[in-house]
Design a protein around this ligand. Structure first.
Ligand code: PEP
Ligand code: MN
Length: 336
């Protein structure tokens, strides 16, 4: 339920109302906007009388949220959420590019790619240490050693780092990681999501291969319900009947999510396409559709990559793409 407060509501009376609701066992989500201030009431509100609330001096109106996701709901927080990663803001008109290899392979590889993507203007570095692979015989990532190498690349370049977690048991290893990624295959690993709800770090939550937007938002809600409201959503392509691309990038997910939620929405064109040449057009399309950022795979030697070489850009290709990304982002910023 959302309680919209009157513009010049008496602060003492607002406080009294908040205390009353807390005593009734509700969790409150407060949002102070320039136009209106809201109290989001979270919990079983079926017995909360709207007439009682409407009769209060400080209350302008009362609305029930129909959707099962409450904290992620745009109506709970009309302004875009802006997530700050070491000074790089994502959301609310702030656009960021995350780039790097699919997996961390060697010290030279991750540092070389990190330096290259930084030179081209990437804002954050990605690299997987725990890799979810379809085959148990495929390269599984360097695990702790991979995280150490990623942190060395962070130190060398100053780029904040994003890397995937596969098990709640590993959370303690991610202490110096700036953004924890939940991959498509773990989008509905609810025990992992609950644990990440207790972490004070941004979570990059990727859409599952065959999950609806409502399911993605409910997974975000799991993290937020635990107290961590720093969730970045990522559209990375879904399974369709089309086989000419690895997945099908659901461009319509971007405006639809942005209408339903205040959380930032970024796009991963690399895993959507699975083919290098499509990364550029999909990146530009994502910007045009309103994405708050992009995550792009870049490898210094894609032909020898241990994972996802076919979709990885060379540093030179990424450099060329960054110029077009910047021009396109600037164009759409002017337009909006
Ligand atoms: C990745 O980002 O390396 C990855 C495994 O992506 P996804 O979970 O979207 O498949
Ligand atoms: Mn990959």
């Amino acid at each position: 339920m959302i309680i919209i407060l009157k513009q010049n509501a008496n602060p003492a009376k607002v406080e009294e109302l908040k205390q009353n609701l807390i005593e009734q066992g509700f969790n409150l989500h407060l949002s102070e906007g320039t136009v209106a201030s809201l109290i989001g009431v979270i919990g079983d509100t079926s017995h909360l009388h709207e007439d009682w609330l409407r009769a209060l001096d400080v209350v302008d109106s009362v609305r029930r949220i129909r959707e099962p996701y409450k904290k992620a709901n745009r109506s709970m927080h009309p302004n875009d959420t802006i997530i700050d990663v070491c000074g790089r803001k994502i959301g609310g008109g702030n656009f960021q590019v995350i780039a790097g290899p699919c997996s961390i392979e060697t010290k030279d590889q991750i540092i070389e790619v990190a330096e290259d993507v930084k030179k081209s203007g990437a804002h954050l570095l990605r690299g997987g240490a725990f890799k979810p692979r379809t085959s148990p015989y495929a390269f599984q990532g360097l695990h702790e050693q991979g995280l150490d190498l990623l942190l060395e690349a962070k130190k060398a370049t100053g780029l904040p780092v994003v890397t995937e977690i596969m098990s709640a048991e590993h959370i303690h290893l991610f202490e110096d990681v700036d953004v924890i990624q939940v991959g498509a295959r773990n989008m509905q690993n609810f025990e992992l999501l609950k644990e990440l709800g207790k972490v004070d770090k941004p979570i990059l939550l990727k859409r599952g291969l065959a999950n609806t937007l409502d399911e993605l938002l409910m997974s975000a809600e799991y993290i937020m319900a635990g107290g961590n409201e720093k969730v970045i959503l990522c559209e990375r392509g879904i399974r369709t009947f089309e086989t000419s691309t690895r997945n099908t990038l659901d461009i319509s997910a971007i405006p639809m999510l942005k209408q339903r939620t205040h959380l930032p929405v970024i796009v991963d064109p690399s895993h959507a396409a699975g083919i290098r040449f499509m990364v550029e057009p999909l990146s530009l399309a994502a910007i045009a559709a309103g994405a708050d950022g992009l995550m792009i795979e870049v490898h210094n030697n894609p032909e020898k990559a241990l994972c996802d070489g076919a979709q990885s850009l060379t540093p030179q290709m990424f450099d060329d793409l960054m110029k077009k990304i910047n021009q396109t982002a600037a164009f759409f910023q002017i337009l909006n």
